[in-house]
Design a protein around this ligand. Structure first.
Ligand SMILES: [Zn+2]
Length: 221
């Protein structure tokens, strides 16, 4: 993965960036260290109309249906300092609890698009389990499909173009990985190792959920 602050390549298991020292704690300082409950389509900036939300959700569901391991999320909001968009995306994918995503899909398998209409910027972040399939340039390519629409304030039209580009790209990468599994294993470690990671994350997720239920109970009392 790339460090969200200095954009240097770092190992996915690293707790902090060896180049600039960035860690989730730094992102927590900027945005808070509590888990955020949200839906995969969260329009905090209020830029989508109701019928647009429906066709955006259809495009997101289509990807999740075609690739059952993956989910896609879109968040819109004003982030103030635009330079923090990348760090915000990283943070939200770590701290977000997406209520409409099944438990067996960890955030590490998520792809998040953040749109800030005020600073006229957007970013795409993916969980590290997608590292073998998505590169930095891919995020740029997908978002650039939306660029001309977003300049005109047509946010939903632009986002749908990005989602379609993302879907096409995932199909292409999937085929490449099927044809040349050895290359993907060489570059990113064996798939079996990734399965172990997922299992660990699931365990962690269910523990978190129990914790949630407990704290909710306490509030009710
Ligand atoms: Zn860094």
């Amino acid at each position: 993965m790339k460090c969200p602050r200095c954009v240097q390549q770092i190992h996915r298991a690293a707790a902090s960036c060896p180049q600039c020292g960035f860690s989730i704690a730094d992102a927590d300082q900027l945005f808070g260290n509590e888990e955020i409950k949200l839906r995969t389509l969260t329009d905090a900036a209020g830029i989508f109309r109701r019928h647009e939300r429906i066709f955006l959700e259809e495009a997101m569901d289509k990807i999740a249906h075609r690739f059952p391991q993956i989910f896609v999320a879109i968040y819109t909001g004003s982030l103030g300092e635009s330079g923090h968009l990348r760090q915000f995306g990283f943070w939200l994918l770590n701290r977000g609890v997406f209520e409409d995503v099944p438990m067996e899909k960890p955030n590490e398998n998520g792809i998040l698009i953040v749109i800030d209409p005020d600073s006229k910027s957007a970013g795409m972040t993916h969980g590290y389990l997608l590292d073998p399939y998505l590169e930095e340039k891919d995020s740029f390519d997908c978002l650039s499909r939306a660029h001309s629409y977003w300049l005109e304030g047509r946010y939903a039209d632009g986002a749908v173009r990005s989602l379609r580009a993302l879907e096409d790209l995932l199909i292409k990468r999937c085929r490449q990985a099927c044809r040349d599994t050895e290359k993907y294993e060489r570059r990113y470690g064996k798939v079996s190792a990734m399965k172990d990671e997922v299992k660990k994350l699931r365990k962690h997720d269910s523990k978190q959920a129990t914790k949630h239920r407990q704290s909710e109970k306490e509030v009710n009392l």
